[in-house]
Design a protein around this ligand. Structure first.
Ligand code: HEC
Length: 118
C-alpha cells in the first residue's frame, strides 16, 4: 500500500512539471524579420560591381589598338595589373602620346574597373 502511494505522488509531480514547461514554451516570442540578411550581403558585394560587358567592348573599341587585346601592350605600354584610379587618371589626362578623354563617364569608370580586375 505504501509503494502505491509513492508511485501516485511521483506521477502527480511529473505531470505538474510537464504542465509548467508547456506554458513557458507558449510564451516564447517567435523570431521575426531575419530574411533581410540575404539582401544586405548582396548589397555589400554590389559596391564593387561594374558593367563588365560594356567595359570589355569599350576597351576593345578604344584601348586595345594601343595596349593590346590582352593588356600587355602594343604601341602603348602594357597596363595589366594597374589600379582603377591609375587607369582613370590616365584616361582623363592622356599621358604622353595617349589622347585624353578617349572615353568619359560610365564608360571610363567601367573600363578602368575592368582593367584593374584583369
Ligand atoms: C593612340 C594609342 C592609345 C590609345 C587609343 C590608348 N592609349 Fe593608353 N597609353 C598610350 C601611350 C603611348 C601611353 C604611354 C604614355 C607615356 O607615359 O608616355 C599610354 C598610357 C596609358 C596608361 C598608363 C600606363 C603607365 O604605365 O603609367 C594607362 C593606364 C592607359 N594608357 C590606359 C588606356 C585606356 C584604358 C585606354 C582606352 C580608354 C587607352 N589607354 C587608350 C597610348 C594609347
Amino acid at each position: 500500500m505504501k509503494k502505491m502511494l509513492v508511485a501516485m505522488l511521483g506521477a502527480a509531480l511529473v505531470l505538474g512539471a510537464c504542465g509548467g514547461n508547456g506554458d513557458n514554451n507558449a510564451d516564447e516570442p517567435a523570431p521575426a524579420d531575419n530574411n533581410n540578411n540575404a539582401e544586405e550581403t548582396e548589397n555589400a558585394a554590389g559596391d564593387a560591381t561594374y558593367d563588365a560587358d560594356n567595359a570589355e567592348s569599350v576597351y576593345v573599341g578604344n584601348c586595345a589598338g594601343c595596349h593590346g587585346g590582352d593588356l600587355t601592350g602594343a604601341s602603348g605600354p602594357g597596363i595589366a595589373g594597374m589600379s582603377k584610379d591609375e587607369v582613370l587618371t590616365a584616361i582623363q589626362e592622356g599621358p604622353g602620346s595617349m589622347p585624353a578623354d578617349l572615353v568619359t563617364g560610365d564608360d571610363a569608370e567601367d573600363v578602368a574597373a575592368w582593367v584593374a580586375d584583369q
